[in-house]
Every structure is written in C-alpha cells, then in structure tokens.
Design a protein around this ligand. Structure first.
Ligand code: C2E
Ligand code: MG
Ligand code: MG
Ligand code: MG
Length: 286
C-alpha cells in the first residue's frame, strides 16, 4: 500500500519535477564530457558606435552543440555549469578561444576589433585567474587593450573588497572591465564609484521598453547620465528597432548591440561583415 501511495504521490504531485530532475541529470552528465569532445563553439555579436556607425567590437557568446541534446543555449547550461564548477574550465576555453580567433581576425583584416568575453563569478575567484588571462593574451598575441571582460553587478555587490582587487588586477594588464546587465541588480549603485569600471552595459529589458515605457526611458536616461558623469562608456544591449536606436543616440549612448545591427554571427560571418565594413558604417541609414 505504501508503495502504491508512494508511486501515486509522485505521479500526482511531482510529475514535472521528476522530469526536470531527469533532464538536469542528463544535461549535467552530457556537460561533463562536452569540452573533451569539442562540442562548444563561439558566436560573435557586433557592437557598433552610435556616433559613427562603425563596427568597433564584438561580444563572444558560447554555444553548445550536443549530439544528445541538440543546440543548447547558454541560459540553459551556464547555471548548471556554475553549480557543478564546470564553468571554470568551460569559461577558460571560451576566453582562450575568443582571444585566439579575434587575434587571428585582426591580423587577417589588418584592423582593430575589440572582443568582450563574459566571465562567471566562479571563474574570477580562481586563484590563478589573472595568470590565466595573461597567458591567454600571450599565447594568442591579442593586444590587451582589445580585450574586455564582462562581469555582473551581483558579483561586485556581493564581495566588494575581493572584487576591487580582481578588477584592478585585470585592468593592470590593460584589459577593460564592463558591467553586464546593468540596472537589474537592485543596485546599491555606489559600488560603481569604488571601481574604475570602463563600460556599463544597459540591460536589454530597459532598452526594449525605452520607446513606449516612461519608466524604462527614465532608467535608461539616468544610467547614461550617471555613467558619463563618471567617464564610463555605455553600451546598450538588445537594440532591435530604429526607434530604440534613435532614442539611445539622442541620449548620447556610446555603443549598441542587438538584432537591429546583427544577430550573433559565426566566425566566418563576422569575418565577412568586418571586411565589408572596414571603412563603411554598419548601417548607413541608422
Ligand atoms: P549577455 O552577456 O547579457 O548576452 C546578451 C544576450 O542577449 C545573448 O544571448 C544575445 O544573443 C542576446 N541578444 C543580443 N541582441 C539581442 C536582441 O536584439 N534581442 C534579444 N531579444 N536578444 C538579444 P545568449 O547568447 O543566449 O547569452 C545569454 C547569456 O549567457 C549571456 O547574457 C551571458 O550572461 C551568458 N553567456 C554567454 N556566453 C557566455 C560565456 O562564454 N561565459 C559565461 N560565463 N556566460 C556566457
Ligand atoms: Mg554579456
Ligand atoms: Mg547582458
Ligand atoms: Mg543578459
């Protein structure tokens, strides 16, 4: 009887959870072998100057092509990678690969192109974190000032003494530091005055509503003003329409990325775009 009840209660109360747990275990075990099997690759999303329209850099975004699970987006595996600690080696792979690929692209196209790489909290708290970045730069030949690392504001708010040290070490190498998804973290914004941050990325949730929603417009306006008064450059994320781009340009936002300009591209797609737009702006009309 208890067996029946047990089975029953599982069926009645937790069918979704059971499947979710199974999916998570499957994901986790596939993730453990993904790096060795070469299942990750990077795509690159262009960033453009809102002043000149020029392509100035790219953000590297990881993708996982799993034979068992198909294409898995980072939102679906980064959290598991964080929990299991796998993010440390996956993140190192992403950083080194981005440096290698963009260094080569710079040589081939004879032009400057910056690359931004997302870093997880677990990664930056590694003892040899600074050495790892240094060796990625040395081995790839990428100039340090072409590299930017993106940190989340949660990291900075949680542990500000250690964060301060991490940021200063990275910047001592000549690498820039950007704060990703800015505005989403119930910010005690005073932290940004404590670090010499190079760029703020306005979260796409504000950008996507800045045209129709007064509150989002107010937040966007305030972030840009705050950043500029601290001499920090601002990047708007998730720009999808010309109307959004126009609002951002009026607010003197410095850079933008989003589907309006380009989806994340394969390395070859980026190469094509970067060689076409060497002299010409990305979207003449925008
Ligand atoms: P993120 O760093 O904020 O990256 C921006 C996300 O917005 C990307 O999703 C990008 O494809 C998407 N996006 C860009 N333009 C638009 C737009 O115009 N409209 C909309 N709706 N979306 C847009 P993606 O590639 O799925 O990445 C999601 C998150 O995964 C990233 O957010 C980042 O936090 C994380 N991530 C990606 N690659 C890595 C990595 O190599 N290491 C770590 N630690 N995290 C990564
Ligand atoms: Mg990012
Ligand atoms: Mg972001
Ligand atoms: Mg995001």
């Amino acid at each position: 009887r208890s067996k029946a009840l047990g089975r029953n209660s599982l069926a009645v109360f937790t069918p979704g959870l059971g499947r979710e747990l199974m999916d998570k275990l499957k994901l986790e075990s596939a993730l453990r072998t993904a790096l060795d099997r070469d299942e990750f690759y990077l795509v690159y999303q262009p960033q453009v100057s809102l002043k000149t329209g020029q392509l100035t850099g790219v953000e590297a975004l990881i993708r996982w092509k799993s034979p068992a699970l198909g294409l898995v987006m980072p939102g679906d595996f980064i959290p598991v990678a964080e929990e299991t600690g796998l993010i440390v080696s996956i993140g190192e792979w992403a950083l080194r690969t981005a440096c290698d690929q963009i260094a080569q692209l710079q040589l081939d196209l004879r032009r400057r192109l910056n690359v931004a790489v997302n870093l997880s909290p677990r990664q930056v708290h590694q003892k040899d974190f600074q050495t790892m970045i240094e060796s990625a730069l040395l081995e790839s030949g990428l100039p340090a000032n072409s590299l930017e690392v993106e940190l989340t504001e949660h990291l900075l708010m949680r542990d500000s003494e250690e964060s301060l040290e991490i940021i200063e070490r990275v910047q001592a190498l000549g690498v820039k530091v950007a704060i990703d998804d800015f505005g989403t973290g119930f910010s005690n914004m005073s932290y940004i005055t404590r670090f010499r941050i190079d760029r703020l990325k306005i979260d796409q949730s504000f950008v996507s509503r800045c045209v129709d929603d007064q509150n989002s417009l107010a937040v966007t306006t305030a972030i840009i003003a705050l950043a500029h008064s601290l001499r920090i450059d601002v990047v708007a994320e998730g720009v999808e329409t010309p109307a959004q781009a126009a609002v951002l340009r009026d607010l003197r936002c410095d850079f933008a990325q989003g589907y309006l300009y380009a989806r994340p591209l394969s390395l070859e797609g980026l190469r094509a775009m970067a060689s076409e737009t060497t002299k010409q702006s990305v979207l003449e009309s925008i």
